[in-house]
Each structure stands twice: as structure tokens, then as C-alpha cells.
Design a protein around this ligand. Structure first.
Ligand code: ADP
Length: 418
């Protein structure tokens, strides 16, 4: 007898505890029962959420009585609510978004979790947990509007750069052509001082032309209008041609470029001129930022799904904390100081765009004072829609790419010095 009494008292205590939990929960919790699916109990938060004065006022209602007649997808609330209830009853639980309405007629977006509760005696019923997500929806709406605005601004910027740089290039060709003709004395004799002066004009015109070309490339990449012509390409030849283009610059600094290309590299369907542009840009940087007399190593290796290209220098390197910005547009490690080398911080952004458009990836491993290795991969299986790929890439995600960090940790390949 004593045992039974203790059991009853323990059960009572447990019931009390659950009642307190139910009542004090900040979530709006209620129960609803078949066959009418009217609410049979509701905690304080529920009454507050639906502006009900007391439990009786609320428990006389059905789920669809505290909803507008029509849901946001156009379906009648009563019909849709019954579908949701059935689903929870058959599958154990059902989580969904719903538009509710308070007893004062104010609509609000919510999430609903319906959970089937089975008890020993009596029929199973449902427990509902409802959360008002008005604030979350407002924030989402704000972000959506901001995104649309940013996309519009981005398009204006791209169009502006595209049109202006195109318009600037046309007169540049005429300017350069005529200067060259004067230097070549095609239009009559000129003296050495005049030739020297015109050579300075020509050099600066070329620099301006390169900058305009870079801006044009970048804006076209961003707007998905840069055309790629993919054709079967001999990689060895491509690397050789790129080295040849940079050879005189390397020799002017008494530098040696060594290429190690595996014999089994397959022909690849790529835009040769664009990939050459990447190579030349990486080589140009490697030469620019390395001391006279040092070496540059190029390695090309076949991997399982792609071909890996590495350009390693033993120059000044890039400080660790600046490495994640290195592919940003107009970014230069030493700011204005680096501009005196003749660049504007666009080469790496363009290179990244070209590699990504080909379905590859580009990485940096660098140690300050020791040198840098820029590597990129190109997939053996060519990708479709090169033009649209860069536009779709989430640059923020890319910059936080763990893969890049992993490679950085794995590799420490500074075997050779100057
Ligand atoms: P730039 O035309 O200025 O070279 P890039 O986008 O090609 O533009 O490079 C951006 C910056 O990254 C450079 O200005 C330089 O500060 C740094 N950088 C690039 N490559 C190297 C390298 N191999 N060694 C050291 N710094 C480099």
C-alpha cells in the first residue's frame, strides 16, 4: 500500500514539474486533438502570441481559425492545415512555415513544429510549437533588396568600365601607331633627342594601353561577356611560348627560368591565349618581385582529374596576413611602392577569373623573405559555359576556401635558394 502511495505522489510531482515547464516555456506550445483538431491546451506564450485573454478563448479555436483564410501560396488555410496535420500524424512530426493571424486579426509569419504524441490511454494527439519569425523575415527581405540594389550597381559599374575602356582603346591604337611611324622616320627625319622623347611617350602609351586592356578584361569577366575560344592545346608548347615572351625581361635581371614538364601531359581543350595570359602574368610577377640572379621554377604535373601548374620564385614573398587579399582587384602588397613596377593590381584577379572560368583553381603558397609559389589547376575534362562561370562564383566563399588553406599548410617546398 505504501509503495502505491509513493508511486502516486512521484507521478504527481513529475506532472507538476512538466506543467511548470509547459507554462514557463518561452516557446508557444499547445496541443490539438482529433477529430475536430481544436486546441485543447495552450501555455502563456501561446496566449500572448495570439492576443488571447485566457486559455478558454484560445482552446475553442482550430488551427485554421488562427490563420488567414488563404496562405501565401494561395491555398485555403483549412485545407492546407489538414494536410499538415495528417502528415504529422502519419510521419511523427512536420516542420513548416505558416502564416498565422492573432485573435485581433494581425497576420504574422511563423514556423510550426507539429509532433504526434502517443499516450498509453486514449487517442494520439498533436503538440504544436509555434515561433513568430517576423523579425527574421524582415531581415531577409532587407538583405534581398540590398542584393538586388548591389547587383544593379554592379551592372552599372561593369557596363561603364566596358564601354569606356573600349572607347579608350580605339584612339590608343592610332596614337601608338603614329608614334611608332615617327620613331621609324617614315614621316620624315627626326633627331636622337626627339626619338628618345618619343620612346618615353610610346612606353607610357603601352602602359596605359595595358591598363585599359586589363580593366576591359576584368569587367568582361565579371559580366560574363569575356569570350573564350577553347581548342585542343599542346601544353609544353604553351609553356615554352610563355617563357619566350618573358625571356628578355628575365635576362635583363640575369634570371633563369627552369621548366620541368612531365612527359605525359595530355593535350587540353583550353583557351590558349587566355591561359598564356595567366602564365605570363605569374611569370612577370615572379621576375618583378625577385632579386637579380635568382631562379624561377616552373613545374607541370598530371594529377588524377587535372593538370597542376606551379610557378615558384625565391623573391620577397608575401606576408601571411596579406595573402588572403592577394587576388582582390587593385590590391598591391606594398601599395603605391608596387605601382612603380608598372602594374595596378589587376593581373592576379584576371588570372583567377580565367582559371575559374576554365573550371580550375588558383592557389598561393608564400613565405615572407623566401619566395612564392603560385599554382593553378585545369581540369582534364573541359567544362561547359566558360563565359558564365566566373559570374556565378561566390568570391567570398572562395576567399574562405579551406582547400586553399590546406594546401598552404601541406606545402613547404622552398628547397632552393637564390
Ligand atoms: P600587379 O600588376 O601589381 O603585379 P597583380 O594582381 O599581378 O598586380 O599582383 C598584385 C600584387 O601582388 C603585386 O602588386 C604584389 O604586391 C603582389 N605579388 C604578386 N605576385 C608576387 C610575387 N611573385 N612575389 C611577391 N609579391 C607578389
Amino acid at each position: 500500500m505504501l509503495g502505491i502511495a509513493r508511486d502516486i505522489s512521484e507521478r504527481k510531482k513529475a506532472q507538476e514539474k512538466f506543467k511548470i515547464l509547459f507554462e514557463t516555456s518561452r516557446d508557444s506550445i499547445m496541443t490539438l486533438e482529433p477529430p475536430s483538431w481544436k486546441f485543447t491546451s495552450a501555455n502563456r506564450s501561446t496566449l500572448d502570441l495570439f492576443d488571447a485573454n485566457n486559455e478558454n478563448e484560445f482552446t475553442s479555436k482550430c488551427f485554421w481559425d488562427v490563420s488567414p483564410n488563404i496562405q501565401s501560396d494561395g491555398s485555403p488555410s483549412s485545407k492546407k492545415a489538414k494536410i499538415m496535420i495528417n502528415k504529422a500524424m502519419n510521419e511523427g512530426s512536420n516542420f513548416f512555415e505558416w502564416t498565422h493571424r492573432t485573435l485581433n486579426g494581425i497576420k504574422f509569419p511563423a514556423t510550426v513544429l507539429l509532433t504526434r504524441v502517443d499516450i498509453e490511454e486514449g487517442k494520439p494527439f498533436l503538440q504544436a510549437t509555434i515561433r513568430d519569425i517576423s523579425e527574421q523575415k524582415k531581415a531577409e527581405e532587407k538583405i534581398k533588396k540590398q542584393n538586388i540594389k548591389m547587383k544593379k550597381l554592379d551592372k552599372i559599374k561593369s557596363d561603364f568600365l566596358n564601354i569606356t575602356s573600349h572607347e579608350l582603346r580605339t584612339p590608343m591604337s592610332a596614337i601608338k601607331g603614329y608614334i611608332q611611324m615617327i620613331i621609324d622616320k617614315t614621316l620624315g627625319d627626326i633627331n636622337d633627342d626627339q626619338i628618345n622623347a618619343l620612346n618615353v611617350v610610346l612606353r607610357n602609351s603601352n602602359r596605359l594601353d595595358n591598363l585599359i586592356q586589363d580593366i576591359l578584361d576584368l569587367s568582361r569577366l565579371e559580366s560574363g561577356t569575356l569570350k573564350f575560344i577553347a581548342e585542343s592545346s599542346d601544353i609544353k608548347q604553351l609553356v615554352k611560348d610563355s617563357i619566350e615572351t618573358m625571356q628578355s625581361f628575365a635576362l635583363s635581371k640575369n634570371m633563369n627560368i627552369e621548366a620541368h614538364i612531365e612527359d605525359n601531359i595530355p593535350k587540353m581543350k583550353i583557351d590558349q591565349e587566355r591561359i598564356k595570359q595567366v602564365f605570363i602574368n605569374l611569370l612577370n610577377n615572379a621576375i618583378k618581385f625577385s632579386p637579380d640572379g635568382s631562379t624561377i621554377d616552373i613545374r607541370v604535373k598530371k594529377q588524377k582529374k587535372d593538370v597542376l601548374f606551379e610557378i615558384q620564385d625565391f623573391g620577397r614573398g608575401i606576408p601571411k596576413k596579406k595573402q588572403n587579399k592577394i587576388f582582390d582587384t587593385f590590391y598591391q602588397v606594398e601599395g603605391g611602392m608596387d605601382r612603380k613596377f608598372g602594374g595596378a593590381g589587376l593581373g592576379l584577379s584576371i588570372s583567377r577569373g580565367i582559371v575559374l572560368a576554365h573550371g580550375g583553381e588558383i592557389y598561393l603558397d608564400s613565405f615572407e623573405g623566401k619566395g612564392s609559389t603560385f599554382s593553378f589547376t585545369l581540369p582534364k575534362k573541359p567544362v561547359k559555359d566558360m563565359e558564365g562561370r566566373f559570374k556565378e562564383v561566390d568570391i567570398f566563399k572562395l576567399e574562405n576556401n579551406n582547400e586553399t588553406k590546406k594546401r598552404y599548410k601541406e606545402k613547404n617546398t622552398y628547397r632552393k635558394g637564390v
